[in-house]
Write a new protein. Structure first.
Length: 131
């Protein structure tokens, strides 16, 4: 997976709380009661938005530096942040060999978690690689 950072703007207003939007990703928004909560929620919103873009085969735009984004006079900016996102690579088909009992256990656990065999094995590999 490739890690990229997308610029986001946190805005305040007359109402309590804060909104977050991504200038390069129309429709990707989030919010929070505090600036910190808004920033944390922005990562979840970005992850979901990018997943839908990938599912729909929409192109993911290049990230821009914050200083290349103009200021909208109608927006009360509180902060500009870069939000981290992992962009999944292209899925490839594998042919592997495993003990049939292990495959059965993997399938059972994957089903219990609402996952596919491939998804379960990929998640297990990610966790093992992360330490």
């Amino acid at each position: 997976m490739a890690v990229r950072y997308f610029p986001a703007i946190i805005e305040g207003g007359d109402e309590p709380g804060y909104c977050v939007f991504f200038p390069d990703l129309p429709g990707c928004t989030s919010a929070g009661d505090t600036i910190e909560q808004a920033a944390l929620n922005a990562e979840d919103a970005l992850r979901g938005h990018l997943a839908m873009m990938i599912r729909d085969s929409d192109p993911i735009p290049d990230q821009r530096p914050l200083d290349q984004i103009g200021q909208d006079p109608e927006v009360t900016e509180v902060a500009r942040i870069m939000v981290r996102a992992e962009i999944p690579g292209r899925a490839i088909r594998l042919n592997i060999s495993m003990d049939d009992g292990l495959v059965e256990a993997v399938d059972h656990e994957a089903a219990a978690r609402g996952m596919t065999r491939s998804g379960f094995l990929a998640e297990a590999a990610r966790r093992a690689l992360a330490g």
